[in-house]
Design a protein around this ligand. Sequence first.
Ligand code: UDP
Length: 248
Amino acid sequence: MSQLITVTILNVNIHAVTNEQTAQLIEQFIATGEPHQIVTVNPEFVVEAQSDEAFRQIINQADLALPDGIGILKAAQFLGQPPVSERVAGSDLVVRLAELSHQHGYRIYFLGAWEGVAEQSIAVLKQRYPKLRVAGCYAGSPRLEDNEAIVERILPTQPDILLVAYGAPKQDKWIARNRARLQIPVSIGVGGSFDFIAGTVQRAPVWVQRLNLEWLHRLIKQPWRWRRIWNAVPRFSWLILRSKFGND
Ligand code: UDP
């Protein structure tokens, strides 16, 4: 997809696409039948990629690296990169894919999240998109010793889209490790999306999202994530400032 506009933030490449373009690209990827990997890059990913070279390479080699976070849009602007017009959030994308499945019959496999959460998110999605086609659903785990059994389980189901909810970077490494064998047209690391859709974790109200304060809402609701939020907000901002004004 060489025509995509790329912004580079701290040596991490992200595509300046909209939600609508993302849906169109996914349809194109499915039409080719070749395996494609999609990553949803938020500021935490960028911070993590500074010390995890394998993760940075996975992001930079992804067929599509989505701008999943207001921090990405702001940082691109601040660093004088091409404009990124909107946020493409993983959980919104999962809902959109359910709609595409309902319309076009794409088969989706739901991998990850704790027991029962993917099933619950499928039930919620089916209320809205009754013709959603589910290729399979399994919690499994991102541990290496479970890898083979999970691949064997997914292979015969031949999905068009594989959603992997193990959190970053585990989910993205899981996909990178298995994509050649699985030959699934579209694989996406979707983080906590199943939890949001199932309702086990509440997303911030829309007005909070509009104020760009979804991170603060997460900190209040899930205070044990403070370390990740620290990476996503102050640490990320500091690294961006340093890359603009620093001399390293
Ligand atoms: N998760 C899992 N197995 C693990 C670790 C995480 O299934 O060993 C799931 C967890 O249940 C959650 C998802 O990974 O549904 C993503 O978690 P998190 O909220 O940390 O991800 P983020 O959205 O911040 O990337």
